[in-house]
Write a protein that binds this ligand. Structure first.
Ligand code: ADP
Length: 188
């Protein structure tokens, strides 16, 4: 394994069942963190939407699965592609899968949670196939992503946050920004 210098900014993973609000949070967090940067900062914040954009743009898949309306992800290729990208830090990784990344890549794991009936209506608006809505709904009830996160990362870096209203998005983003500031002080 190549040794790299310490990260200048933390890598933040935003995860949760599809529809819990990962991309909404990641977009707002990116804007808020970008506003704290100056032109001269060597490492810039970047929002990486793993499942919809990165996987597609970098060809880390074996095709689009029409039934599930998502890419069939080639996890080895995805990890190879992300390996160098994550090195300087400042990455906001936005993906419903949280347990494939090496622990050493990630400084904070935010698991978004949402009432399952609310989640159902959000997924219906996306015109997801019924089987996909049902599977995601069950996964949210069974806390699958939260359990995966707790099994994959140190307890103290996993934070569970509710995402049911726009106010909660704002509060959550403010909380993560404060956490990032504290991380930067600790690592300066
Ligand atoms: P994900 O990235 O987890 O699949 P999105 O961020 O795309 O979820 O959100 C799914 C839908 O739910 C969007 O229409 C978004 O506006 C809405 N949404 C997400 N989080 C919230 C929230 N906390 N309050 C209100 N609406 C939300």
């Amino acid at each position: 394994m190549t040794e790299h210098p310490p990260r200048r900014l933390p890598n933040v993973l935003i995860t949760g069942t599809p529809g819990t609000g990962k991309t909404t949070h990641a977009n707002q967090l990116f804007e808020a963190l970008q506003a704290t940067q100056s032109e001269d900062d060597e490492v810039k914040w970047e929002h990486i939407n793993v499942g919809d954009e990165f996987v597609k743009n970098r060809g880390c898949h074996s095709g689009f699965n029409e039934e599930w309306q998502s890419w069939d992800v080639d996890e080895d290729k995805l990890l190879d592609e992300l390996e160098l990208v994550q090195v300087p830090g400042g990455k906001i990784l936005d993906w419903h899968t949280c347990d494939i990344f090496p622990e050493r890549w990630i400084d904070l794991v935010v698991v978004l949670r949402c009432d399952h009936a609310l989640l159902w209506s959000r997924l219906e608006k996306r015109a997801y196939p019924l089987a996909k809505i049902q599977e995601n709904n069950t996964a949210e009830i069974m806390e699958v992503v939260l359990m995966d996160a707790r099994e994959s990362y140190a307890e103290e870096i996993v934070v569970e946050l509710k995402s049911e209203s726009p106010e909660e998005v704002e509060e959550n983003v403010a909380r993560i920004v404060a956490w990032v500031e504290a991380w930067r002080k600790d690592h300066s």
